[in-house]
Design a protein around this ligand. Structure first.
Ligand SMILES: CC(C)(COP(=O)(O)OP(=O)(O)OC[C@H]1O[C@@H](n2cnc3c(N)ncnc32)[C@H](O)[C@@H]1OP(=O)(O)O)[C@@H](O)C(=O)NCCC(=O)NCCS
Length: 175
């Protein structure tokens, strides 16, 4: 598992609209933990049958007027970069897109060939969002969430719009 990168190769902040995107620092960790608990019910994420300690991952935070308004965490393994968590905390004004772009830049710099992520069958806004940003659907892992619940019992049975959460949907962006 990656650890946070605080080296001198830190990319300059990206500006878009009224917010700034910067890399996570160790000081952000309590806040990151709070976001993960609030939006993902745990510090642990499970994708493709694997537990990931998301609060230990590198990532980016979006800041507006001194307040955190978005978080993305990612993990680079070999030449692949997985987006592990991705949240806008303040509406839909470009925060999510900017965070995703920051990870894409990082993945390219690291020589990755592929960015990928897993969402669930209920998350139709996410399917829309990532497809509109050139991510493609590459696999539906049927009933994978049943297995994931054995590792993360906090995953609810019912998701967005009352849809039962059953399947993992894998999406990718070729770099
Ligand atoms: C996915 C997510 C990170 C995107 O962040 P965002 O800040 O909303 O992204 P942007 O503002 O850059 O773009 C949002 C898009 O959704 C549209 N949108 C508007 N209202 C929306 C709403 N109520 N719900 C969802 N999307 C909405 C925007 O118009 C925009 O559409 P576009 O594709 O035509 O540009 C965010 O919606 C989110 O936090 N989702 C919940 C967590 C999640 O599912 N994460 C992904 C799986 S890890």
């Amino acid at each position: 598992m990656s650890s946070m990168d605080h080296g001198s190769s830190v990319m300059p902040p990206e500006y878009k609209g009224e917010f700034v995107v910067r890399e996570l620092t160790p000081e952000d960790r309590p806040w990151v933990q709070g976001v993960l608990r609030r939006y993902w019910a745990s510090l642990v994420q499970v994708t493709r049958g694997r537990k990931i300690q998301a609060d230990e991952l590198p990532g980016f935070v979006a800041m507006r007027d001194g307040e955190e308004v978005g978080l993305i965490t990612y993990e680079i393994v070999g030449d692949q970069c997985e987006v592990v968590t991705h949240n806008s905390l303040a509406g839909h004004g470009g925060i999510g897109s900017c965070l995703l772009a920051a990870v894409r830049t990082k993945a390219r710099e690291a020589g990755c060939k592929r960015m990928w992520l897993v969402t669930t069958n209920d998350n139709t806004p996410a399917l829309r969002f990532y497809q509109r940003r050139d991510f493609d659907l590459v696999a539906i892992h049927r009933n994978a969430v049943q297995e994931a619940r054995k590792l993360k019992p906090e995953i609810p049975d019912i998701g967005l719009d009352g849809i039962p959460i059953r399947h993992e949907i894998e999406m990718e962006y070729r770099l």
